[in-house]
Design a protein around this ligand. Sequence first.
Ligand code: CA
Length: 455
Amino acid sequence: MRASKTLVRAGAAALLALAAALAGPASASVPPPSTGWSLTWSDDFTGSAGSAPSGTDWITDTGTSYPGGPANWGTGEVQTYTASSTNLQQDGGGNLRITPVRDGSGRWTSARIETRRTDFQAAAGGRARIEARIQMPNLTGAAAAGYWPAFWTLGADYRGNYQNWPGIGEFDIMENVNGINQVWGTLHCGGNPGGPCNETNGLGAVHACPGSACQGAFHTYTFEWDRSVSPETLRWYVDGVQYHAVNASQMDATTWANATHHGHFVLLNVAMGGAFPNGVAGSGTPTGSTASGVPMLVDYVAVWNSAGSGGGGGGGGGGTGAYGTIQAESYAAQSGTATETTTDTGGGQDVGWIAGGDWLRYNAVDFGSTAAHQFKARVASGAAAGVSGLVEVRLDSPTATPVGSFAVGSTGGWQNWTTVPANTAAITGTHDVYLTFASGQPADFVNLNWFTFTG
Ligand SMILES: [Ca+2]
């Protein structure tokens, strides 16, 4: 029987509406934390159309390698990463777009960004969840050959070293090649080649996207890092469906700890060509049939933590002693700053990107009954000549009168550390300590590694 054109159209419209309902909205907000969880960091990509992602949150990688790192980003991928809005921009509708483009000479450009923060982690006994809502480049078949979108993490120590992969750990939360309707989730660890993670393959699994193809709709890709169970376990989900897990009993304790017992940073990119798409295709990619200019859309990226501080929220437990070393990055709350790996004695993290108006809060710092009269802070500054500011200590409110402060300008570099003392009013008892920052110029003027109080 022959259906009328009208009925066919009505049926198609209903199917499209159903597909849209299954795919969900084109842009969603970061979901609220589950019970017992709190948001550690997120980016909803709500910037104006054509704008770059936030430079406070993200580093934009450019070129074909890290400085001194392996060529072609270590994977054989062929594109050059740029910071151009052609390759990297927010769309004004709540999404980030990463778009590979081929020029008239056949050369590919694309984009890759990574979080400045390198401290996303599950604390001992705690859990972390790293999630993004993504629509993969909407291509299949020959037109998709060589497309390699990815949402993933690397261990903090990779940044600045670039030779210690895969021992520092890599969590591939979403990878896809050649427009196939599958998500790949993988742990990389240990030595290369071989080792407990069977490098260079890693310990991975694949799963088709539920309901609609990975390329045709947004899906939620979630990695759960669980140190509250024994053995500690990593889990991978698409749209809430778990499809992969790796646990600590699958390898020796040292390899596991080296890959998972520290902070990671998050990356988003679309590569073109390289070992993974070539291996799946069984031949070189991209090809002359590959389509140019089809973006990966990222609606949001979020990191949550549960039970155990993790992330940058480490100071929240209370009972911090005023006379011990208080790590700057252990703040319970902050405004305007970001953490980074420090090369100061002792390593770890510092808090940077501090400008006037920014602040850090440390909950329930215990000064005891004998008064503190001095404050010492470990600071570094690569500020330009003429740029300086004040590091101030306030108690229990970011707008209380400062109980002490000191001025700081350039120390000769953002990792050129010096310890600066300042007198304070007599402080006893337990207080939420705020470090507040003031400056006559808008530029960042100081990095902070740690601080302490003395009598
Ligand atoms: Ca968004």
